[in-house]
Design a protein. Structure first.
Length: 434
């Protein structure tokens, strides 16, 4: 059997691309890093990055530059390889214009998406298609969520998530209504210990460099491109062909800018069409039935007391979040009620954590439309707060999620220094929702 020169060149190019990509992703960082002391971790440089030298970097956040790696435009382009990205984005936004019964119950249309977002954007673009260089999406934060890693003893499933948080702006470049954020949540791909280790070390290495310096920016951009950029997926081999894929786990929105009440939605890439489509919200049952009716509360009480995971069949099409209304499954303890509720979208973003609906948002004092002026707002849940239980006022709980993530990251680095992902008797195989 003869092998053509074209076949040899194509195969060689493909293998070179594959192994060069793996080499750049999993090459050892140079410096020796302290893997144990939590105080060696700087959350502002390694975990929740909101410094304006990064978030408003003059090149990487400029959609007209040659390297617009931290822009809404670039992220959408990487999701829509071989598609018209402008149409890809418009199709995503138009899902708000019709009811979306994608889970238990219905996610009612919020038709003001047309007049508040789509129409002004089209008009500013010349009327034909959305110009992504003027997308009304303002970067707020880049977030390391290695605390969402997943493993079971020596079996590694994921190194967690990397996230980009954007605010949606109105036609004047101000916050849209009462608020609207979009969070791009990507898988940090890891299927073995060495891959998990390299993700952790690269994130931790950022703490060695002053934030905003050329070295810091370069190293952070290398990390983010490893999870935002499209890649060649070989999982279909040998029976199928390699295809272009995305590391996106889901894209979540949280808004009251289109209608009341606050509402959270979730979108994933459809494997058939390649479109971003609305899907049920993670770990969040339909609020109207399972909290708004006695039968629903009884069912939720049974599920909570049984200790089972929330059945996918009862997940809501969206997560409406009326102010001050807690989850109240019947016949459950205060702690069981809270542990269930705080892991739902609407519980975590409001009454369980005393959060004003967004954990990361536009700062109150800002210089929009030219600049945020200050780092993004972070909720008390993120930075530290004591919260009274919304059902049992005798219970006070303390939250400081950034510090929790810092301690968790230190523990991960310690176990990595011992050559294991973590203790085998404490697997992390259930993904967090938040």
């Amino acid at each position: 059997m003869k092998t053509s020169m074209k076949t040899v060149v194509t195969t060689t190019a493909l293998m070179t691309y594959m192994f060069s990509s793996l080499g750049s992703l999993f090459a050892q960082p140079g410096p020796n890093l302290d893997p144990i002391n939590p105080n060696s971790i700087d959350p502002e440089r390694e975990l929740v990055i909101t410094d304006l030298s990064v978030i408003e970097h003059p090149i990487l956040t400029d959609p007209t530059s040659d390297t617009p790696y931290w822009t809404f435009k670039y992220l959408m382009e990487q999701m829509s390889i071989n598609q018209d990205t402008s149409q890809f984005v418009q199709t995503w936004l138009e899902q708000w214009l019709v009811d979306q019964p994608v889970g238990f119950g219905n996610s009612p249309a919020r038709t003001s998406m047309q007049e508040l977002v789509i129409d002004p954007w089209l008009a500013a673009s010349g009327g034909n298609e959305l110009d992504l260089t003027i997308a009304p999406f303002k970067l707020l934060a880049i977030v390391n969520r290695v605390d969402m890693r997943s493993f079971d003893c020596e079996d590694i499933f994921s190194a967690g998530e990397g996230r980009f948080v954007f605010a949606v702006l109105d036609e004047d470049g101000q916050q849209l209504g009462g608020g609207f954020t979009a969070i791009f949540e990507y898988n940090l791909t890891a299927t073995n210990f060495n891959q998990l280790k390299q993700w952790a070390l690269r994130w931790h290495e950022l703490g060695q460099f002053p934030i905003g310096t050329d070295t810091y920016i370069k190293k952070l951009s290398i990390i983010t491109r490893k999870f935002t950029d499209a890649y060649i997926d070989f999982s279909a081999l040998p029976s199928g062909r390699p295809f272009i894929n995305s590391h996106l786990n889901q894209l979540r929105t949280n808004e009251i800018g289109l209608a009341r009440p606050w509402e959270l939605r979730e979108f994933t890439l459809d494997t058939d069409s390649g479109s971003l489509i609305q899907t049920p919200v993670a770990q969040t049952p339909d609020f109207n039935f399972f909290n708004g009716t006695q039968l629903g509360r009884m069912i939720m009480g049974f599920i909570v007391n049984s200790g089972m995971e929330i059945p996918p069949s009862i997940l809501g099409s969206a997560a409406p979040t009326p102010f001050g209304v807690p989850w109240e499954p019947e016949n459950v303890s205060s702690q069981s009620r809270h542990l269930f509720a705080v892991n739902t979208c609407n519980g975590c973003h409001q009454v369980e954590t005393e959060t004003p609906f967004v954990h990361i948002g536009i700062p109150l004092n800002n210089n929009l439309p030219t600049s945020l002026g200050n780092p993004a707002f972070l909720s008390g849940f993120m930075t530290g707060i004591d919260v009274q239980d919304p059902v049992d006022p005798t219970i006070i709980r303390s939250f400081n999620d950034i510090d929790r993530r810092r301690v968790d990251f230190a523990e991960l680095l310690f176990y990595i220094s011992q050559g294991v992902p973590g203790p085998c008797d404490q697997p992390m195989s259930s993904r967090r929702a938040h």
